[in-house]
Design a protein around this ligand. Structure first.
Ligand code: SF4
Length: 126
């Protein structure tokens, strides 16, 4: 019996990045993300009602236009539409710094909600 493949392969992940049309932007981001991506996380608290997930990680004030475009292209949201796939169980998620609520991401710059989601979601490798 063949087990269903649920994890996203490296090839599939890179294809997703290419589809975004921002591979030239993403590649340096991925490389630089090795040292951590939470530099801009501010965990803005003002939009809790809109997000429905307790707090907001949507403050993009410290990001470049390209980084904001990347978030938009990947359709990042604070509340995942899929209960099985969310940032905290994504291979690319980075835990929040001590005292912060928003984490980071190896490819999407800016604050990332643990219950968030984007189209680049990758299953955690075991
Ligand atoms: Fe980053 Fe998207 Fe994964 Fe969230 S789902 S950690 S934003 S790649």
């Amino acid at each position: 019996m063949v087990e269903k493949k649920e994890k996203t392969s490296r090839r599939e992940f890179l294809q997703r990045l290419t589809v975004l049309g921002t591979a030239g932007v993403v590649t340096p981001m991925v490389i630089s993300a090795c040292g951590g991506g939470g530099g801009e996380q501010t965990g803005e608290q003002g939009d809790t009602a809109a997000s429905g997930v307790g707090f907001s990680c949507t403050d993009t004030s410290g990001l470049t236009e390209q980084e904001i475009q990347m978030r938009e292209n990947a359709e990042y949201v604070d509340a995942s539409p899929n209960p099985e796939q969310y940032c905290a169980n994504c291979q690319l998620y980075e835990e929040p710094a001590q005292g912060e609520q928003c984490g980071g991401c190896q490819v999407i710059q800016g604050p990332i909600h643990p219950e968030g989601y984007c189209t680049l979601w990758v299953a955690q490798q075991v």
